[in-house]
Design a protein around this ligand. Structure first.
Ligand code: NAP
Length: 419
């Protein structure tokens, strides 16, 4: 089986090396030899450490008749979508790791793929076979909830902040120097990458509508040492979570930093590792853990898809052999969680009463409260609140009101609590 690799970067070069290194084993499992015959890049002068022919002329590769499967590993959204569409129209199988493209075009791709094999195991949680688990292993179940640590970079940063009291900017630099974060970390630390993956998982779980912009997405840039202090004080840890669940017949999807109890298994998923916990009606909870990124881990999933296709497995792309009614997304203002609120204020009489007044007027009920003793000579202090279950719309309104009080010194900051 001849393979063309569109994009021979971190993942593409690992795919080629593993196919060659494990050739005998992979042939035995696939029932045929899987041969990488050509790769495409933009810059032909860069050394990729691979020994197959490379070209910068994608068109010539797309026009070849001897390619059995195309692997798309270029990244981006619209360009790969148009290339993958062209390949699927010719009924040639495709394997991709491109979560951004899938987050926007998953249903269009599903329609184009129909009976043509389309593998995307590598698009979520790198090497962890979570797509297979959800689409095939759990296919008897109604999925009720998915909670995942879906981005290794932000998990690495938060783990370091929790363990070493380090600050965000310093750990980000460290992560970049270790190759765990890109030069432009936006997708990772602002929750966008995790949102792409959550949409993919939720589309398999319950055919959810929507683009990444439609769901609640918050990143980790504003987490401070004060939040770490509070989390430790109350036996929480802070993780960037992707959460997807069914609420009142609609899908509730959100990605944000969350305070979670330290004794939950997912709270112990540290460093660059990923984990996904899935709650279903028949199986109850199952959990999946492993490396969520990196050339070899991601290539492991890409090649598993190739082997599946070589063996003739034809899974409907998102797991539905017949039309299935899609879920609408719940409006963000109607999301309900518990909240942690940090407010820096002037330390004087009446301030606390004014704040709690605003909270009660907006149906926010306080669960706990902490005021750190102020340092000598300081005239300000930080107040920490946690709330009972509250509406997103109400907490946002409260934060807007508090921000305008003259005794509130910084924009109040909020983290959602996930118990
Ligand atoms: P990468 O190292 O940047 O490699 C991308 C490759 O595609 C490079 O060879 C690049 O060529 C080529 N390319 C990009 N745009 C192109 C274009 N317009 N025309 C022709 N070639 C083009 O990226 P990667 O880390 O391997 O990631 C590839 C895909 O896997 C992405 O969708 C990513 O989200 C996904 N993924 C990556 C990981 C990971 O750990 N890296 C994990 C899971 C999923 P040049 O080098 O010449 O520019």
């Amino acid at each position: 089986m001849n393979i063309a690799i569109l994009g021979v970067g971190t993942v593409g070069s690992s795919v080629i090396k593993i196919l060659q290194k494990n050739k005998d084993l992979i042939s035995a499992r696939a029932g045929k030899e899987i041969i990488p015959v050509v790769g495409t890049v933009r810059d032909l002068n860069k050394d990729r450490g691979v020994n197959i022919p490379l070209t910068d002329d994608i068109k010539s590769v797309l026009n070849r008749d001897d390619i059995d499967i195309y692997i798309e590993l270029m990244g981006g959204v619209e360009k790969p979508f148009s290339i993958v569409s062209e390949i699927l129209k010719k009924k040639k199988p495709v394997v991709t790791a491109n979560k951004a493209m899938l987050a926007y075009h998953r249903y269009a791709l599903q329609n184009l793929a129909k009976d043509t094999p389309f593998g995307f195991e590598a698009s979520v949680a790198g090497g962890i076979p979570i797509i297979k688990a959800l689409r095939e292993g759990l296919s008897a179940n109604r999925v009720e909830k998915i909670v995942g640590i879906l981005n290794g970079t932000s998990n690495y940063i938060l783990t370091d902040m929790m363990q070493n009291n380090s600050n965000f900017e310093d750990v980000l630099k460290k992560a970049q120097s270790l190759g765990y974060a890109e030069a432009d970390p936006t997708f990772d630390v602002d929750g966008i990458d995790a949102a792409h993956k959550l949409l993919i998982l939720s589309s398999i779980a319950y055919g959810v509508h929507g683009d990444p912009e439609d769901i609640l997405v918050k990143g980790i840039r504003k987490i401070s040492n004060e939040d770490i202090f509070f989390a430790k004080e109350f036996d929480y840890t802070i993780k960037l979570l992707g959460i997807s669940k069914i609420t009142d017949g609609k899908a509730e999807l959100r990605v944000h930093p969350a305070l979670i109890n330290k004794d939950r298994i997912i709270a112990e998923v540290d460093g660059v590792m990923n984990a996904v916990s899935i709650n279903c009606d028949a199986l109850n909870e199952s959990m999946y853990y492993g490396p969520g990124a990196g050339g070899d881990a991601t290539a492991s999933a890409v090649i598993a898809d190739l082997i599946d296709i070589a063996k003739g497995n034809k899974n409907p792309m998102l797991g539905y052999a017949q039309n299935f009614k899609k879920m609408e997304l719940i409006e963000q203002k109607n999301i309900q969680t518990k909240y942690y609120l940090r407010v820096k204020v002037e330390d004087r009489t009446g301030v606390l009463a004014s704040i709690t007044n605003v909270m009660s007027q907006n149906n926010i009920s306080i669960d706990s409260f902490l005021q750190k003793p102020r340092n000598k000579g300081e005239k300000h202090t930080t107040l920490y609140f946690t709330t009972h279950l509250s509406l997103e719309a109400n907490i946002k309104r409260v934060m807007g009101i508090l921000e305008n009080f003259e005794f509130v010194l910084n924009r109040p900051f909020m983290i959602r609590i996930e118990e």
